[in-house]
Design a binder for this molecule. Sequence first.
Ligand code: 5CA
Ligand code: ZN
Length: 413
Amino acid sequence: MNSWASVAIPPLQKAFRVPPLRIFDTAAQKISEVEVKPLYRMYICGITPYDATHLGHANTYLAFDLLHRYLLATGAKVKFVENITDIDDPLLERANRDGIDWRDLAASQIDLFRSDMVALHVLPPDHYIGAVDAIDLVVQAISKLELAGSVYKIDNDLYFKVHSDTKFGSRSHLSQDQMLKIFSERGGDPDRAGKQDPLDALLWLAQRPGEPGWESKYGIGRPGWHIECCAIALNYLDIDPTFSTSIDFQGGGSDLIFPHHEMSAAQSKVMNNKEFASHYVHAGMIGLDGEKMSKSKGNLVFVSQLLREGVDAMVIRTALLRHHYRSDHMWQNSELDEASAFLDELRLCLSRPDVAPTDQIISEIIAALSQDLNTPIALAALQNWITATNEGKSGGDAGELSRAIDALLGIAI
Ligand code: 5CA
Ligand code: ZN
C-alpha cells in the first residue's frame, strides 16, 4: 500500500539540547525514560478503513507524530510501520449495510485518511501495510505459533492459547472479569464452544458463506485481527536479534490496550521468546456529546469535513495539541475558534521584524515535550512568548522559532 507524501522537517540552525524522552508506559504503569539509541522501531496501529478520519483518529495519529518528531530531534532515525485493517468484520458489516463492495469502501477511506494525514502534517510511515497484502506473513506467523504448540482448531478456525505467554495480562493490568467483559465488547468470542480458555484469540477464520477468503495451508480464510499487527510489525521493522525486545514502541489509542495490544504482544512473545515492545504507548479517547467518538455510535467529526468547510488543518492540529495526548476529552467545536485565535496571534508575532528572545522558549518547548510529550505546557510557553513580544521585548529569531514549532510540534506557520 502506498504511504502518503513525506512532510519536510525544517532544520534548526542552533544546537538545542534534546534530553532523553520520558514517556508513560502502559505496561510499566509509569513514566519511564526511553533509552538513547541511534535507531528506534515504532509500530502504530492504523485505521480500519470505514468512517475515516474522525477527530479521535486524528488525535491518536498526532500523538504518535509528536513522539516520532521528538525521537528525530534527538538525532535518531526512526523506522515507522503502520497497518490498515482492510479486512475485518466491522468493515464487511459496514459495506453490507451500505450495499457497497468492501474493497471500494476500504479504498475510498484509505484515500481520505492519507489526504487528511498530509493536511495535518503527520509524518508518513516507512511501510504502510494492509492486512490483505500481509496474508502470507500472517500464515507464517501462525506457523511459528503452531511450532511453539500455541495453536488449536475449532472447526476450521484457529485459536491462539493466550496463556502460552506466561506474561499474558502484564501489559494491560486488568482483572479476569474486566478482560472478559472488554474482550466480548471488542470483537472477542469468550463463549464459543470448544475454546480452551475464553480469552484465546482468533488467528485464522475459515471462510464464511458470502465472505472473502484467501487460500492458505490452513484452508481458505482470513486473518484474525491481533495476529495481523503482530505479523506486520515483526516483519517490516527488521527485528534485531541482539536486542532484548522486538521493537521500541507499540502505539495506538487506549481502546486498544486490551485485547488488541495484549494479544499482539503475547503472540510476539511466544514467537520470538522476548517482550514485544520496550514501551507500550496509548493516546486518550476523544468523545462528542458525552460519548467516545466512534464509528459504531456515529457521533463523529471528520477532518475532511472540517477542511471542506475551510478550517485550516493547522488549526485542527493546534486544537488537538492543546490537550495532553493521554487525556480523554469531549470535543467542543469552540476549540477550533480558540486554536484559530491562538494561531493568528502566533503568526502575527512571528511576522514582526523584532520579537522576544526565542532560545529560551525553544528550550522550554523541548523540555515540555521531553516530559511525556506535554503539549499544553509547550503551547503555554508559546503564549508567554506572544505576550512578551506584544510587550515589546526584543532580540529573538522568529525564523528559528517557526522552524522549531514546525519540527517539534508539526505546526507549519
Ligand atoms: N485497525 C485497528 C487497529 S489495528 C483500529 O483500531 N482501527 S480504528 O480505525 O478503529 O482506530 C484507529 C486508531 O484510532 C486506533 O489507534 C484507535 O485506538 C484510535 N481511535 C479510535 N477511536 C478513537 C477516539 N474516539 N479517540 C481517540 N482515538 C481513537
Ligand atoms: Zn493493530
